[in-house]
Design a binder for this molecule. Structure first.
Ligand code: UDX
Length: 456
């Protein structure tokens, strides 16, 4: 497979090293996962039709405009459309003529925390009704362990449709890179033939392929997300302990991460995880465990610690500046992480509401996610045009998302325009504590003490 930038940037509609075995693929759902899958599969030379019911989204896609902010997607989309390897449709054809039908519809959280599978059931029903020849049904949506077995039992017995669970591990903002350079390809298949055909989708991609039974593949996805979420909550617990004992979590994480059995990734303490996957999938796994009679206590703690980090941020602000009533507070960053405009389960939303309830007056700025937040934030919030106008006249600035432009901002200028007590609360430990103190801010981070050794 070519370099991702090559695939996304070259003028060639079909990147070099593409699949030798080109297939007809119908991808159902043009959300983050479905659209990335459709564009990347077309980029590999497959013939892809992507089905999307949302009319507004469909119109954009047909014009070659991506409804999501994702590095490299616009170019792949344009290339696929002009080469004729990628097309969009509002519904499945009544006669589905494809080698593979890939399901990538949403599995949102129900009030119980369980995954809502109603879209999945409907799509599987529709694929069964439309299939005229043998095909492989590839499940890309994240579905709880046991779902595939149930779908086979309910819909696919005695049909020419072979079921495969093929979970994705795509990070938003890096999804195309992750597609072409995955850490692994997991295939949970009903038959060896279906497994072989699914691995052909990824021909030319250099990654270990793990073939398992269907339920194990489904569990791998949840276990991986739960483990990463637990790693984040663990380091956040350590951060809180650091504050109690007078240690610095940055150093503790570095020292832990140098152990290859632990590794340095996902040890950044802060406001915790958000996004479309970790919060939803941890809750769904907890529910699935309970549903099977197992109380997954570690996972419950992971979820609880993640919620607590958001509340803790407000307590810490009170410690730094006293009552929040009537205080002007600037929130920098609304997206759940830098590089995306996605605000699903973002800490910014909870923190904004908590601060609003505490009587603070809020101004917010995010380079990408302002529009997505317009109706999700408390009333009366001021939307600023940049980091400087957000901070001007504020008593405190809270860094919620570590966008590079926030870190690179001129903090001395920012301080000059602010009001007492000049608080910077760094919810991502992304700013230099020494620099902030030198500028004259009252600085607070997560698990950071000022215990740097002095020289001599
Ligand atoms: C995640 C998984 O990484 C991906 O494999 C899965 O398919 C979907 O969910 P994504 O949601 O895009 O991807 O974000 P990711 O980069 O993993 O970060 C998730 C959240 O954890 C973010 O809110 C981020 O700020 C937070 N995080 C991450 C930390 O708080 N600390 C860390 O050390 C790492």
């Amino acid at each position: 497979m070519p370099d991702i930038n090559e695939a996304a940037n070259s003028g060639s509609p079909k990147p070099e090293g593409r699949n030798t075995c080109e297939m007809k693929i119908t991808v159902i759902g043009a959300g983050y996962v479905g659209l990335v899958a459709a564009c990347c599969l077309a980029g590999s030379g497959h013939q892809v039709t992507c089905v999307e019911r949302d009319d507004a989204k469909l119109k954009l896609l047909k014009r070659g405009q991506s409804p999501i902010l994702e590095k490299g997607i616009d170019r792949l989309l344009g290339q696929g459309l002009s080469a004729g390897t990628l097309g969009f449709s509002s519904s499945l054809p009544s006669h589905l003529d494809a080698d593979v039908a890939m399901i990538a519809v949403g599995t949102p959280c129900l009030l119980t925390g369980s995954a809502d599978l109603s879209f999945i059931y409907r799509v599987v029903h529709d694929v069964k009704a439309a299939a005229r020849s043998p095909l492989v049904l590839v499940m890309k949506s994240t579905v709880p362990p046991g779902t595939g077995a149930r779908l086979i039992e309910r819909y696919l017995k005695d049909t020419p449709i072979a079921y495969v669970s093929n979970p994705e591990f795509l990070r938003e903002g890096l999804a195309i890179e992750d597609w072409y350079h995955p850490s692994r390809i997991v295939i949970g298949a009903q038959t060896e033939r279906a497994a072989a055909l699914t691995s052909e989708l990824y021909a030319g991609i250099d990654a270990p392929v793990l073939v398992t039974d269907i339920t194990s593949a489904e569990t791998i996805k949840y276990a991986a997300n739960a483990f990463l979420a637990t790693k984040i909550s663990f380091i956040n617990e350590i951060a809180n302990l650091c504050e109690a004992v007078g240690a610095t979590v940055d150093d503790v994480a570095s020292g832990m991460g140098l152990d290859p059995r632990i590794g340095p990734d996902f040890l950044r303490a802060g406001l915790g995880y958000g996004g479309s996957c970790f919060p939803k999938d941890t809750r769904a796994l907890d529910f699935a465990a309970l549903n099977h009679g197992y109380d997954f206590r570690l996972l419950k703690s992971t979820i609880e610690v993640n919620t607590r980090q958001r509340v803790l941020a407000v307590h810490k602000l009170r410690q730094l500046m006293g009552s929040l009533e009537g205080k002007e507070i600037a929130l920098l960053g609304l997206a759940f992480k830098p590089g995306t405009d996605d605000t699903r389960e973002a800490p910014s939303l909870d923190i904004a509401h908590l601060l609003h309830e505490a009587g603070a007056r809020l101004r917010v700025y995010d380079p990408a996610a302002m529009e997505k937040c317009r109706f999700l934030l408390p009333t009366g919030v001021t939307f600023a045009g940049d980091v400087y106008s957000a901070a001007a006249g504020a008593n405190a600035v809270v860094l919620i998302t570590e966008w590079p432009q926030f870190i690179a901002a001129d903090w001395a200028t920012i301080k000059e325009t602010m009001k007492e007590p000049y608080v910077v609360f760094d919810g991502r430990n992304a700013l230099s504590q020494e620099k902030m103190n030198a500028v004259g801010f009252r600085y607070g981070g997560i698990g950071r003490t000022s215990g740097t050794p002095t020289s001599g």
